[in-house]
Design a protein. Structure first.
Length: 135
């Protein structure tokens, strides 16, 4: 099973966001074991920026990205994904871009805390809690 991970789920774990951290961490533990977790290359720059803004030094932020890359597969963002996101009915461009990357990479789900933002996504979205409960 291939699952594209929204940035908010990763940040829940990296920043210890309560009350979300527990389910997001449990989901991420499945990546590389029972499921193939995917994240886009563009998400790595967003995460790096946010970690630096939270006070992490450059080397620590890079180490976190490396550890993520050991557990999830980083996928490219293409011009085709950008074009699809721009003309989609999804109101948030970043979410649309994630959704169309997921579609092209044949993701079964997008795991996000903002399921409502993915109502018009070509890939179904589940919260970490809902994903864990489906087994």
């Amino acid at each position: 099973m291939r699952v594209l991970i929204d940035t908010n789920v990763i940040l829940d774990v990296l920043t210890g966001r309560e009350p979300h951290c527990e389910y997001s961490a449990a989901f991420l533990k499945l990546c590389g074991m029972r499921i193939t977790g995917l994240m886009t290359a563009s998400q790595t720059t967003d995460i790096f920026y946010l970690l630096r803004r939270e006070g992490k030094d450059t080397e620590s932020a890079k180490a976190i990205i490396r550890k993520l890359a050991d557990n999830v597969k980083i996928v490219d963002v293409t011009a085709f994904d950008v074009e699809n996101a721009l003309v989609s009915d999804m109101p948030d461009y970043e979410d649309a871009l994630l959704a169309f990357c997921g579609k092209r990479r044949k993701a079964d789900y997008i795991v996000t805390r903002n399921e409502k933002d993915f109502r018009q996504s070509p890939v179904p979205a589940l919260s970490p809690q809902a994903f864990l409960a489906r087994d």
